[in-house]
Design a binder for this molecule. Sequence first.
Ligand code: MLT
Length: 312
Amino acid sequence: LAGTPALATAADFPQRPISMIVPFAAGGPTDVVARSLANEMGKVLKQTVVVENRTGAGGTLAAGYVAAAKPDGHTIFLHHTGMATAPAMYSKLRYDPLKSFEYIGEVVDVPMTLMARADLPPNNFREFVDYAKANGDKINLANAGPGAVSQLCGSLLQQAMGVKFTTVPFQGTGPAMTALMGKQVDVLCDQTTQTLPHIKAKDLKFYGVTTPERISQLPDAPTLAEQGLKGFEVKVWHGLYAPKGTPRQAVDKLNESLKVALKAPAFVQRMEQLGAQIVSEDRQTPESLQKWLAAEVAKWEPILKAENISIN
Ligand code: MLT
């Protein structure tokens, strides 16, 4: 943060409501985490934190907007794994994920789950593997659009299973889930924030979680890795950012309010309901997010290029 302007005193911030930019639609996986977080951070900062959804181009429009916003601490940005995958997926970005932002801290990790329409014949993942091999591109795999983590998960899944489905992109997680419920598509890999209620209600088929270990909300649900997809792992991590040049005092205050919010009973309870895992304290820092993002950008680039998972 060297070189960023200083505020006269930390008490000068915040001076008015803060906008928390969310790069995906209201009601979706990122938005539900953001609203709960904004509410708790607002209490600590004694200012309203207003969630603003700026959708489009897999989160890259919102990231570009934030990168160009006034760096005074009143614009912050909650984004997921897409922050790290975008450089490999989009040939032209108006920002550099590693240079255009200040880091506030990591927030939550969200497991993904492999779901199928209620009447798809396979009853578990092992049956699904045989079914997938027999039916290949007759199987319609939904996702929430280019650049969404559901696209990433679906692409990696096909690669790991050695199959090719027909991909059906939607305008977001909401419409993709609606199509799966309506049996217009066959399978969808998506975040527990959306799928947990359906897993509990058993109104969709559920083949496993994408995390390396089982999750506490679904202790009886096997991972895809333990059902034969060795080493398969996709989790959606979330970070909180501000435009580059945001004063250190503002970043520090935002980080303090983030840490308090991550312990607030209402936030903890909401994340439990959503299947989201609050990151450990050592990850709730600007330094940790900065290191993690750099490692993730480096990790995804060769994977996405090799798989040819790109937008343009
Ligand atoms: C969302 O909030 O809509 C999702 O996180 C999009 C996605 O699947 O990446």
